[in-house]
Design a protein around this ligand. Sequence first.
Ligand code: OGA
Ligand code: MN
Length: 231
Amino acid sequence: MTLLVNAIKTKYYKVAFHTRSVRHLNSVAVGDSKSEGDAPLVIGSSRALLQKLGTQVEVRPAFITEEEEGALLLELEAGLKKKRYEFDHWDDAIHGFRETERLTWSEGCQAILTRVRSVAFASGSSLLGPVHVLDLDKSGYIKPHIDSVKFCGSTISGLSLLSDSVMRLVKEDSQNEWLDLLLPRRSLYILRDQARYDFTHEILKDEVSTFNGHRVPRQRRISVICRSLPS
Ligand code: OGA
Ligand code: MN
């Protein structure tokens, strides 16, 4: 079991990996003009950055229903429960997590994943076969990292189950350029191209989980992640 976990970790996170980013206090949060409804789901250090990355960062709230979330959980929970959360030493990319990969799904869940793939990936692009499932404990979090370019292509998409969370993107070579994404429970996020290659991404820990000045309490969170293959 340890071997499998290590293998997954190595595959996705053996990456250029960075110390925690410092946000410059003089950065201004600007709402994403594209978001629907009242509150923006993406804010950033400047309007220009939001415009530049507008098509490369997407958050789709309520992408799945409560029933669909339940179906995914039902299918995943038994396998995850057999594993213990790992609280590894400080330099690992993820703290307080267990994970698995899944290639075959029930019909209902397969239909959800087909929908994810159809909105997130260009038709005809090759995807990583197994779906990556990451279960973060309430105290778990993901440190800033860039997914391995050796194993993952230009698009990463993820469903968030069980909890709202905040994903932070920080430009690797210019740390005062950043975006924060509010990932509501049952939403889908998509990172493409520069947003995926030139920015680190992270999931904030509960203590510092805020979006646009508002606290976003973090519960246990399971993400279901689809990735394209490197071309
Ligand atoms: C990852 C990652 C984000 C998420 O596994 O590389 O960044 O939504 N996950 O869990
Ligand atoms: Mn990642």
